[in-house]
Design a protein around this ligand. Structure first.
Ligand code: GDP
Length: 441
């Protein structure tokens, strides 16, 4: 997970501070020296670290903090606020032209994730009720056009191409014309990148930018490249001017330095972060939520949004009723698992629950487990799923064979199911006793 090592170190430093009832100026300075090292090790730009530590120190060594009843907590609060300030004060979503077509130009080095992110963004735009068009202007990378067509199809967004025999600026212009004729209101231009910044690439991008005057020029950078990502951002911003940055591959084990430094160095906001290879793995960037994740305090808001996005409310209400009456069957079990799967990577979800990331630090939840359980349930007959009491040994053996799982897995699942059902019964009994007040009320 991104930030794991930084997050661990900061939590250790702060739990040391919290244990001390009273803090002296020296205690705070010593702790901040450790914070400084942790940030530098996380590949945060040294200028950023210097300013950050200076700001925190100024605020944290005053009387109000040192003489407060919870000085440790106060220091953490200040670190949190300063981290948020570093990454930007608010969430910056896309802006759209009030009239006419909005042009979004995607730029970045090859391999940063431009093509994938173009498709991801078009998916988000479509969800807002708009009619996006993807335009394939990367005529150099072999198969880039084909790749855009494939991802466009997956996300059900049209892709405009003219092959690789035209100048990118002409393709972009023709794409815009096509959008006008076909009623598309947002045009996303996937431009070419090189492995390294070079002048020809920059000239070509400037030409497209000058000719299309995009509402948003978004730079896609790979968070895994750390300080290089920041340098790339600085160069692109100086040479062509960008409106925002998209950091990809934040799901990997990047140390996180780029996320913390990019805004300060370029003065341009991070607008989105890529959290995986799937076309739905793009999240708006919220500095406060990211700071909270870095400090190990979870990110409940993103979790709720993901749930709202992927869970059908009517189904959820029905499920709640079943849970309350302890009528939960294997079919419901299956349905719940499918809903959770839609929310994304389980290990990432765990990190969003306050305290959970730290507790499950070395536990890698195997997503394949879900498929195994699914296979077992799918091998049951309809009657067995609705009435698990039918499951005797011979039926269980048949299910094991059908699902390709050992019999003990089938036994384990049935046992788990019975236990949760028993718990639900007790729980709903308890709630009935209390006039149904409590969690489900
Ligand atoms: P381009 O050359 O900049 O257009 O890069 P691509 O869009 O082809 O992406 C390069 C690789 O990065 C592909 O394998 C993508 O699946 C992968 N990728 C892009 N974004 C992310 C992300 O947020 N997380 C992960 N894990 N992989 C990503």
């Amino acid at each position: 997970m991104a930030f794991e090592s930084l997050s661990d170190k900061l939590q250790n430093i702060f739990s040391g501070l919290k244990k001390k009832g009273k803090l002296s100026e020296k205690d705070v300075k010593t702790a901040l020296r450790e914070v400084k090292l942790a940030l530098l090790e996380a590949d945060v730009n040294f200028k950023v670290v210097k300013t950050f530590i200076k700001n925190v120190q100024e605020r944290a060594t005053g009387h109000e903090v040192l003489e407060s009843l919870t000085p440790g907590q106060q220091v953490i609060k200040i670190v949190n606020e300063e981290l948020v300030k570093l990454m930007g004060d608010s969430n910056n979503e896309l802006t759209y032209n009030k009239e006419g077509i909005t042009v979004v130009m995607m730029v970045g080095l090859q391999g940063a994730g431009k093509t994938t992110t173009s498709a991801k963004i078009s998916g988000l735009i479509k969800k807002k009720g708009k009619k996006p068009l993807l335009v394939a202007c990367d005529i150099y990378r072999p198969a880039a056009i084909k790749q855009l067509q494939i991802v466009g199809e997956q996300i059900d967004v049209p892709v405009f191409t003219m092959g690789d025999n035209h100048k990118p600026v002409n393709i972009a212009k023709a794409g815009l014309e096509y959008a006008t004729k076909n009623g598309n209101d947002v045009v996303i231009i996937d431009t070419a990148g090189r492995l390294h910044i070079d002048e020809t690439m920059m000239d070509e991008l400037v030409e497209i930018k000058d000719s299309l005057n995009p509402q948003e020029t978004l730079l896609v950078v790979d968070a895994m490249t750390g300080q290089d990502a920041v340098t790339v951002a600085e160069t692109f911003n100086n040479q062509i001017g960008v409106d925002g940055v998209i950091l990809t591959k934040l799901d990997g084990d990047t140390r996180g330095g780029a996320a913390i430094s990019v805004r300060f160095v370029t003065d341009k906001p991070i607008k989105f972060v890529g959290m995986g290879e799937k076309l739905t793995d793009l999240e708006p960037f919220h500095p406060d939520r990211m700071a909270s994740r870095i400090l190990g305090m979870g990110d409940v808001l993103t979790l709720i949004e993901k749930a709202q996005d992927s869970i059908d409310e009517k189904q959820a209400l029905e499920m709640e009723k079943k849970l309350r009456n302890a009528e939960f069957t294997f079919d419901d079990f299956l349905e719940q698992m499918q809903q959770v799967k839609k929310m994304g990577n389980i290990n990432q979800l765990m990190d969003m629950i306050p305290g959970m990331g730290q507790q499950l630090k070395n536990v890698d939840i195997d997503e394949n487990e879900i498929y195994k359980v699914e296979a077992i349930i799918l091998s049951m007959t309809k009657e067995e799923r609705a009435n698990p009491a039918l499951l005797n040994t011979s039926r269980k053996k048949r299910i094991a064979l059908g699902s390709g799982r050992p019999l003990q897995d089938v036994n384990k699942l049935v046992k788990q199911y019975e236990q949760s059902k028993k718990m639900m019964k007790q729980f709903s009994g308890m709630m009935k006793g209390k006039g149904k007040k409590g969690m489900f009320k």
